[in-house]
Write a protein that binds this ligand. Structure first.
Ligand SMILES: Cc1cc2nc3c(=O)[nH]c(=O)nc-3n(C[C@H](O)[C@H](O)[C@H](O)COP(=O)(O)OP(=O)(O)OC[C@H]3O[C@@H](n4cnc5c(N)ncnc54)[C@H](O)[C@@H]3O)c2cc1C
Length: 401
């Protein structure tokens, strides 16, 4: 096989996308430095992550330790407003957590290569290298720069100033309940399955994940609550405003979500959700919300700079594809990068990954459209969604190649 020349890489962003890229490049022989803006070790972000064979393959390819990856779920079940099961599909799947995924990948990156509290704000392409500039004015040179700095990426902002996240018209509320806090009768009816509630105009899903410190023992796990709810731009603006009247564009840190916003969410949940699910919500830690955006960069490269993960493309969470997509970006980078012609290799990378990412974005939009654009006159109780089977079959269920 033709061998490629390796060199030095800078990675902007030390979350899942950045760690995957770093791990894959290091395994291919590159010298990598990761720069993460946050100044403390990342933890507790997001909640559940649904896995697929493609993700497991990618984890193995970067040398990750995947024993006890998560909770095994056998069935998908649709509940109606009363909590009765109206449909079931057999769909075995491992569900894990953001923390677990981050920890597995973080363990692949040796000390000294991961730098917290460093923010890359721009880049300059030169003939023989890329120069990254930090917010303190310092600079760093390398053969290649990977922008894995998330959906508000500074690197993408420079590469594609016109590409901005587009609000989809709904947010996702998320919460985690300790398994031990869930009443036994609710637990026996809801906990084990990947559950759905699909009335007109909203959607709830939920499933078990590991407890703290990847505790998979029965009684020590958690229930991951996910609820998609529509809000206008004006309503969203209000929800993104904290108790001090400060507006947080795009997303608000969870502790700053106002109490009255949470009260409204609880009232709506009481009126809408099956009683068992509402009960779990009442036993959850403080819920938080994330607005759902669409984003796709038509190209992922500019000279010696590449975009990866959410910086390059955001697919709505219905596809459960964000981590897998970031992983496959990383593997493609490691496969294609050649220090003798970095711009050429990144051109090939972009041509490979941008269309596949657009497909993921489009699938996420389609699954989202089933919630909000399709309804049924007798579906207020969630028994008659016209697309019930396809939603249950395709949510977080990547078709294998
Ligand atoms: C409700 C919900 C459910 C989801 N469920 C799933 C699922 O089931 N399966 C799945 O695969 N995916 C899921 N995802 C998506 C997944 O979490 C992300 O797509 C994935 O983690 C990729 O993230 P990333 O590392 O590219 O970006 P991010 O996680 O956004 O990380 C970017 C990092 O860059 C840092 N940074 C930002 N700017 C700079 C800078 N200028 N310099 C240095 N560092 C910087 C940030 O601090 C951050 O740590 C879900 C997402 C949501 C919202």
């Amino acid at each position: 096989m033709e061998s490629k020349k390796t060199g030095s890489a800078l990675v902007s962003g030390g979350s899942i996308g950045g760690l995957f890229a770093a791990a894959a490049l290091m395994r291919a022989g590159w010298t990598v430095k990761i720069y993460e803006r946050t100044d403390v070790e990342l933890a507790g972000r997001g909640a559940g992550i649904v896995t697929h064979d493609r993700l497991i393959k990618a984890l193995k390819a970067v040398g990750a330790e995947i024993a006890d990856l998560g909770v095994d779920v056998e069935m998908r079940a649709v509940f109606d407003r009363s909590g009765a099961v109206v449909s079931q599909q057999h769909y075995p799947q491992i569900v894990t957590s953001w923390d677990r995924m981050h920890r597995i990948l973080r363990a692949l990156v040796p000390e000294g290569t991961y730098h917290l509290g460093r923010t890359i704000i721009r880049y300059e392409n030169r003939d023989a290298c890329i120069v990254a500039t930090f917010d303190d004015g310092s600079t760093e040179e390398a053969d290649v720069l990977i922008g894995a700095d998330g959906f508000r990426s500074a690197i993408r902002g420079q590469m594609h100033p016109d590409i901005q996240p587009e609000y989809s018209g709904y947010v996702v509320w998320r919460a985690l309940a300790e398994e031990s806090a869930i009443p036994a009768d609710v637990h026996s009816r809801v906990f084990a399955d990947f559950g759905f509630f699909l009335p007109n105009g909203t959607q709830m899903i939920g499933y078990p994940i590991a407890g703290a410190e990847n505790d998979l023992r029965p009684g020590h796990r958690r229930y991951n609550f996910v609820w998609y709810a529509a809000f206008s731009e004006d309503e969203l603006r209000d929800m993104l405003t904290d108790a001090q009247g400060r507006y947080h564009p795009v997303s608000i840190p969870p502790p700053l979500v106002r109490d009255d916003v949470l009260d409204d969410m609880n009232k709506a949940a009481r009126n809408l959700l099956p009683p068992e699910i509402f009960d779990i919500l009442q036993h959850s830690k403080r819920p938080f919300f994330t607005p759902i955006y669409d984003l796709w960069s038509p190209t992922f490269n500019d000279g010696r700079v590449a975009l990866a993960g959410d910086a390059a493309c955001v697919a709505r969470p219905h596809v459960g594809m964000g981590v897998t997509k970031a992983a496959e970006d990383a593997l493609a980078l490691a496969r294609l990068l050649d220090a003798t012609d970095v711009p050429g290799a990144l051109e090939a990378y972009s041509k490979t990954r941008a269309p596949l990412s657009r497909d993921a974005r489009d699938l996420g939009r389609r699954l989202g459209s089933y919630i909000f654009e399709r309804s049924h006159p007798q579906n207020d109780d969630g028994r008659n969604h016209p697309d019930m089977d396809v939603i249950v079959r395709e949510t977080a269920a990547i078709l294998e190649d």
